[in-house]
Design a protein around this ligand. Structure first.
Ligand SMILES: CC(C)(COP(=O)(O)OP(=O)(O)OC[C@H]1O[C@@H](n2cnc3c(N)ncnc32)[C@H](O)[C@@H]1OP(=O)(O)O)[C@@H](O)C(=O)NCCC(=O)NCCS
Length: 153
């Protein structure tokens, strides 16, 4: 039987979240960010958010502001919650925060093999502006990164 629908809430990521966020990330990526990457992002003052439902961590986003640009450094949704619209909510929220913080454009890099993420970005109007050769570590050799951007204003 379904209970009442409990909505998920955004909160700024804090040091208290970092172990849990790093554990979620480790379940998503073959070459995950470590807790140090998340902690350093907080120390640098990047815009980092967690999405929780009844306290349970659903996902996170990390955006680095550079002058009037915003770089989406990382975004993730717990594997058990994929395909339920949380990725879209996290991305929409990250774009809105960046815009409110004065960014006019958002940039990101993504592996061409990451179909779900590529789909999500295109769905939100991101378009490919370039390729960074051999940008990511891979199981064999390295993988290129697709560079996407989108105007926020
Ligand atoms: C990328 C990611 C954040 C998407 O999160 P999500 O919660 O599954 O995304 P959503 O449920 O919001 O789906 C977004 C869109 O993708 C579509 N989608 C879902 N599964 C899909 C699939 N297997 N293939 C293509 N599209 C898919 C959804 O239908 C939705 O489109 P719609 O609004 O037209 O229905 C999530 O898959 C993830 O955490 N991946 C691992 C980490 C990662 O790769 N991060 C990005 C690094 S660049």
């Amino acid at each position: 039987m379904n209970g009442p629908r409990i909505d998920a809430e955004f909160m700024p990521m804090s040091e208290r979240d970092v172990d849990e966020v790093a554990a979620l990330e480790a379940g998503l990526q073959a070459f995950p960010w470590t807790r140090g990457h998340f902690s350093d992002s907080l120390g640098a003052g990047y815009s980092a958010w967690v999405l929780r439902r009844s306290g349970e961590l659903i996902g996170f986003s990390v955006v680095m502001p550079v002058l009037d640009e915003a770089h989406l450094l990382n975004i993730g949704v717990a594997a058990r919650c994929h395909g339920q619209g949380y990725g879209a909510r996290l991305l929409r929220h990250a774009m809105e925060c960046a815009r409110l913080n004065g960014a006019v454009k958002m940039f990101l890099e993504v592996r061409p093999s990451n179909d779900r993420a590529v789909y999500l970005y295109r769905h939100f109007g991101f378009s490919q502006i370039g390729v960074r050769k051999a940008y990511y570590p891979a199981a064999v050799g390295r993988e290129d990164a697709l560079v996407f951007d989108k105007d926020l204003v």
